[in-house]
Design a protein around this ligand. Structure first.
Ligand code: ATP
Length: 251
């Protein structure tokens, strides 16, 4: 990572790099202006979490990997912030767990959809879904309900980093296993997720991939046991405790 003129030793290097990528995303028509606001909200929570992966978020990432390895049809959903921040890492995760990638936008425009598809292809994606939009998520308004019928529409496990609360709720109501990455443990998306990962997507996505690699040879029984042991409410409560107290109990 060296796409900005800041030494990697700078104490705020990661945070500045992330900001720079979002700014660039807006310039390229990948990220919406709303995405800048979402980034700001995320940064505040990341600051309070100590800009690191807390142990309960690492556990959740391992559970997410187990779900993805057990899935029949996993799909990783990508929006403008995710595409700007970690496109290559998304492609690597999808390749590792044999998932589809689908672009899924809150403010959907054909130009932005295409720009994101092109950007993901530049970062190694073969097929990117989302442009067909021949499926619907029931219970939400028309534009935001659009999905590909053979993508998110028929997925059993979906990774929705930075999903908006409404759509996360509607996807949950479709009986899909929902893996949400969100730095705010109090957001509706995190609260309706089967597996909430309270971490920055730039850390969480490669971390899920690393866990999936490590679990590649695990049996179905082992994976099912990892999934069954997980307590989503406890993970959210732990993240909220870390934010409020500033300590994860490990130091
Ligand atoms: P709710 O889910 O409660 O309806 P919202 O959809 O209104 O909330 P937004 O501000 O639209 O929330 O979405 C931004 C969410 O994404 C925030 O919860 C923020 O913490 C989170 N977020 C932003 N950037 C990142 C990031 N890089 N990694 C993880 N989470 C992030």
């Amino acid at each position: 990572m060296s796409d900005i003129e800041i030494p990697e030793s700078h104490p705020r290097y990661q945070s500045l790099l992330t900001r720079h990528r979002i700014e660039e995303g807006v310039e390229k028509g990948i990220t919406s202006q709303q995405g800048l606001i979402a980034q700001g909200r995320g940064e505040a929570f990341d600051y309070l979490l100590g800009e690191r992966t807390i142990p309960s978020a690492d556990d959740a990432a391992r559970v997410a990997a187990a779900h993805l390895l057990l899935a029949t049809h996993p799909v990783v959903s990508v929006n403008g912030n995710v595409a700007a921040l970690c496109p290559a890492e998304i492609v690597e995760l999808a390749n590792t767990v044999d998932a589809d990638i689908e672009v899924n936008l809150f403010n959907r425009t054909d130009e932005r959809m295409q720009a994101i598809v092109d950007h993901l292809r530049e970062h190694g994606a073969d097929e990117v879904k989302g442009l067909t939009a021949d499926g619907r998520i029931p219970g939400i308004d028309h534009e935001r309900a659009k999905v590909d019928a053979d993508g998110i529409g028929s997925a059993d496990v979906v990774v929705v980093p930075l999903e908006d609360g409404d759509r996360a709720e509607a996807l949950g109501a479709m009986d899909k296993t929902e893996i949400v990455v969100d730095l705010n443990p109090m957001s509706r998306s995190a609260r309706v997720a089967t597996v909430p990962i309270v971490d920055n997507i730039v850390r969480a996505v490669p971390n899920i991939t690393a866990h999936a690699r490590e679990l590649a040879d695990a049996s179905r029984e082992e994976l099912e046991a990892i999934v069954a042991d997980f307590d989503a409410d406890a993970a959210l409560a732990d993240a909220e405790r870390v934010i409020r107290s500033g300590s994860d109990g490990s130091e």
